[in-house]
Design a protein around this ligand. Structure first.
Ligand code: SF4
Length: 201
């Protein structure tokens, strides 16, 4: 589940707390372009370190800095997907066996544990996360635990209604996969859903 650790090279200059409930901002565990560090607030707002140099509210810094636990976790909570792409590294599809997947209460518990040990960010893909019947509950749980949430989706289930609900869960980023032009995208993505490029656009 936890597969990669990214460490900012610079400790942030703002007031720091290791008590997540005291924190107004959470440091994002990766440097952006130009050596910037992201900060995220629990209402979903975020900023670059150089955009707001005079912040006075406490910033949550992971205990990872102290005990060397992961700063970032990749957590794919389902293998079920509405597509069956040629390049899929998780062998996801509408036919994926979900009988061994974690039940939702354990998924929620695990994300709380990640927050407790000092993880700052959870990235999730799949499968397709929006196929999971409890995606909204899971995402809300992750962000209300103070974790940055990064979602990768194939985008085909994103209706205006779903986007409104998604915004309420306050993800930091939503990444949508597009694999080049129409022909190439269709070639690798459209085994199950035809014209996925047009639907995506
Ligand atoms: S959309 Fe993503 S998870 Fe689904 S089959 Fe394609 S690559 Fe795999």
């Amino acid at each position: 589940m936890i597969s990669r650790v990214e460490r900012p090279e610079a400790i942030n200059p703002f007031p720091i707390t290791t008590n997540r409930t005291e924190a107004e901002w959470v440091m994002r565990p990766a440097l952006g372009p130009c050596g910037r560090i992201f900060y995220r607030r629990h209402d979903g707002k975020y900023f670059w370190n150089k955009d707001r140099p005079h912040i006075t509210e406490p910033v949550f810094v992971s205990r990872s800095f102290i005990i060397n636990s992961p700063l970032k976790a990749y957590f794919d909570f389902t293998n079920r997907c509405n597509l069956q792409c040629l390049h899929c590294i998780t062998s996801s599809s509408p036919y994926a066996d979900i009988s061994t997947e974690l039940p939702t209460p354990r998924i929620l518990e695990l994300t709380s544990e990640l927050a407790d040990i000092g993880v700052l960010e959870v990235a999730t893909a799949g499968g397709e996360p929006f196929v999971h019947p409890e995606w909204e509950n899971i995402f809300r749980h992750i962000t209300s635990a103070g974790l940055n949430l990064i979602i990768t989706t194939n985008g085909l289930l994103l209706t205006p209604n779903l986007v409104d609900r998604l915004k309420e869960t306050k993800p930091l980023e939503v990444r949508v996969s597009l694999d080049g032009g129409p022909e190439f995208h269709e070639h690798i993505r459209s085994k199950i859903i035809f014209e996925s490029y047009d639907r995506f656009i």
